[in-house]
Design a protein around this ligand. Sequence first.
Ligand SMILES: Nc1ncnc2c1ncn2[C@@H]1O[C@H](COP(=O)(O)OP(=O)(O)OP(=O)(O)O)[C@@H](O)[C@H]1O
Length: 443
Amino acid sequence: MGRPRILVVDDEPLAAGLLGEFLARRGVAVDAAATCAEAEARFGREVYDAVLLDYGLPDGNGLDLLGRLRAADPGVPIVLVTGQGSIALAVDAIKLGAEQFLVKPVDLGLLAQVLDRVMETQRARRRQAALAAEPDRPPRLFLGTSPAIRRLEAEARLAAAAEAPVLLLGPTGTGKSELARWLHRQSPRAAEPFLELNCAGLTREFLDTELFGHEKGAFTGAVAAKMGLLEAANRGTVLLDELGDMDLLIQPKLLKALEEKRFRRLGDLRDRRVDFRLVSATHRDLEALVEAGAFRADLFYRVSALQIAVPSLAERTEDIPLLAGELLARSAAAWGRETPALEPAAAGLLARQPWPGNIRELRNVLERALLATPGPLIPASALALRPGPAPAAEGGRMTLRELERAHIALALREEGRVDAAARRLGIPRSTLYQRLKALGLRP
Ligand SMILES: Nc1ncnc2c1ncn2[C@@H]1O[C@H](COP(=O)(O)OP(=O)(O)OP(=O)(O)O)[C@@H](O)[C@H]1O
């Protein structure tokens, strides 16, 4: 993972050298520019955490340059340094978007403090986009004793400590996105941003500007420059969900960003450097897509340096009761309720379902049960399970009552009305009402 990087713009070699040495000792990578032109060129090529800008420069003044840098990328904090300290200049600098104003001779202790603060603010800004999606308490991903979940934890721990791209495979709702977040939190990049993008259904143009950003005027409607996801996630982790759906013409750009750590905003003539770890997820068979010519082989090899297969619930049925308890506790806490317990029969019933929607589906069923049960114990009858052929196929392991419940629920769902469901089931409406009540189903 890269160090923080600062651009020092100063035309006095001695001052620039001293500052550079001081900052390097504090673990900061420093680039120096002696003119406005050089500063702008460097600023366009690199993602900086902060800029330290001298006011008097040979080819212009710091305030003009400040405006231009802010226009190119308003996200990078700029600290203006000047020997001609005056309130008016300070006010102008702040109005133009400078984070801070320092007067020469610069007190190095103060400079260190200021830079630490602005870089922290910058980090917080980068993280902001990710925060909205972050749940209050991260889920416990490796709950259970099944061999499948123990294997997942072991593989995930190895991947968290590594730097190589990770490909998460597995059916929908198994927690691939949650695992990607976990990998980020456990990695040396944890203090940096985690950003995600779902590639499914995105047009080539949209995906291009979302990932790589664009310059002002790059296309009709591009009224301002826009930072792409890769740049915003600099030094952090990027999750590309449904990678198998990524447009073929975008794929070489992603490959270049991975291999050379360089990319280009749409409409820009220069490359920019970027440092991110890629985690991708897909429920599709990428190798088959490669064979069919729908996914580039070189990108596939690059993104799948580490592969983790996330197990479905069907591969870890023994973990379902424990997981159900955890999901209930999370939902109850979110709604400010005491966590109810699951009746043993309810836990057993859950463990026997096929769960094609995996953890997402299990959570939905439990949330509905929680809503329907104000008391401290959730009975099996409160579980509105997906009726249909799958549980029936499991019929050998279901009780007659469970089968009857699933069958009636299916008829009700498909018919939509009690009288139509009764007709289909071949029983009087009054009998259906009795059975619904007895089985804890809602008409
Ligand atoms: N161990 C867990 N504990 C609690 N909630 C979980 C756990 N794993 C996943 N979830 C929840 O289940 C839902 C599905 O998880 P997630 O979106 O990570 O799955 P996914 O495999 O990425 O799905 P998709 O392939 O459809 O994008 C989310 O709401 C997530 O918060």
